[in-house]
Design a protein around this ligand. Structure first.
Ligand SMILES: NC(=O)c1ccc[n+]([C@@H]2O[C@H](COP(=O)([O-])OP(=O)(O)OC[C@H]3O[C@@H](n4cnc5c(N)ncnc54)[C@H](O)[C@@H]3O)[C@@H](O)[C@H]2O)c1
Length: 346
């Protein structure tokens, strides 16, 4: 079987922590062929460490050498680089969020369709063992029709003090577009892609803009801080479901936690940790699995799904239309907060 020639664009934190090691380990299916970064030394160092033959300054040169590419640049460049890759006939896995605006996502989807190439997005929470179990349980009818979903992606005093995360121009936002998007994506996937109809959102930056903050993840400049550090939202769907959402980098709460619970007609579940709530034998009934530790990471499964799909041996788990919906929701949350009114979606 011929191997997939893979390139990576943007050789920073997430490329080095997750994507490059995952592809480097897939020796039967992937040939890690080329890297590109505006910081050429960074790409050259990684190429040396992983024995990758090509480093380019221009991503158009990289496209000539690969079948597929993973884009790990700041959010601002996701759309333009993805479209350029797709137009060059290269499959694309782009880091989350798919792009900053829904219009950018639409252009990416159009380029994928026009050039008959695959386009996927790195929403890796879907590959956690708990999420996979929740999906199966819902599909098997364990909770009946979902009604009310609660999502919380919460950190206590952990604004990322490094990298691009607090740069609004490069990222488009803060805690919502960085952290909250994962849980929004996971919720929509578990709920089988419902169509949102109305969104109320409120964003806050008060904590991080206040001088002298205690922050456990490094230093940032409170004077130039211009992204959200705490966000709440209430979303309704065309089938009557509703979703209560909250995310924060910096909340004044007891401790960090990630929660996603779905209450359905016949039962409910928590994803992290996974628990099922039902009624049996005339009483309420809780069950939880004895989940074995999986030595392979969600990042590995994400890479494998993309590679196998490009090779024609699997189907993408994260579809671009789904990721576009997440971006559309985030846009609506930001807009609702700015305008202090609800936003209707069609
Ligand atoms: N899935 C996750 O959990 C997760 C975690 C962290 C970051 N991310 C996402 O990954 C992306 C990158 O984040 P990061 O933390 O790795 O950032 P980073 O700043 O550590 O790395 C980004 C790299 O991109 C390079 N770059 C910038 N503009 C470029 C351009 N136009 N062309 C080529 N290279 C360019 C930079 O030189 C840098 O090496 C962002 O979209 C972020 O949201 C996802």
């Amino acid at each position: 079987m011929s191997k997939l020639k893979m390139g990576v664009i943007g050789v920073g934190g997430i490329a080095l922590d997750r994507h490059i090691p995952a592809y480097a380990g897939m020796i039967d299916t992937v040939e890690l062929t080329a890297l590109q970064d505006i910081n050429k030394e960074r790409a050259e160092e990684a190429a040396k460490n992983y024995d990758i033959p090509y480093v380019f300054e221009d991503y158009y040169d990289l496209f000539k050498k690969v079948d597929a590419v993973t884009i790990c640049t700041p959010n601002k460049f996701h759309s333009e680089i993805a479209i350029a890759a797709l137009e060059a006939g290269v499959h694309v896995l782009v880091e989350k969020p798919m792009a900053i605006t829904s219009a950018e996502c639409e252009a990416m989807i159009a380029a994928a369709e026009k050039n008959d190439r695959l386009l996927s997005i790195a929403y890796h929470y879907r590959y956690t063992p708990e999420a996979k179990l929740a999906k199966e349980a819902i599909n098997n009818g364990e909770i009946g029709d979902p009604l009310v979903t609660r999502v919380q992606a919460m950190r206590r005093r952990k604004v990322p003090g490094w990298g691009v995360f607090t740069n609004k121009d490069l990222q488009g936002g803060g805690s919502l577009i960085d952290f909250g998007c994962h849980l929004l994506d996971l919720a929509l996937w578990l709920l089988d892609d419902p169509q949102p109809v109305e969104v109320i959102g409120r964003t806050y930056d008060n904590l991080s803009k206040t001088p002298g903050q205690v922050n456990d993840w490094g230093a940032f400049d409170h004077e130039t801080f211009n992204v959200d550090d705490h966000v709440t939202s209430y979303i309704t769907f065309d089938n009557g479901m509703s979703l209560q959402f909250e995310c924060s980098w910096a909340a004044n709460i007891k401790e960090d936690f990630t929660a996603l619970s779905i209450s359905g007609v016949n039962g409910g579940l928590d994803v992290y940790p996974f628990q099922l709530y039902q009624t049996r034998y005339g009483t309420v009934w809780n069950s939880q699995p004895n989940l074995k530790e999986d030595k392979l990471s969600p990042g590995f499964y994400q890479a494998k799904n993309f590679v196998d799909s490009c090779l024609g041996n699997d189907e993408l788990i994260v579809k671009p239309e789904q990721a576009q919906k997440v971006t559309a929701l985030m846009e609506a949350i930001y807009k609702s907060s700015e305008t202090s009114s609800s936003v209707k979606l069609t």
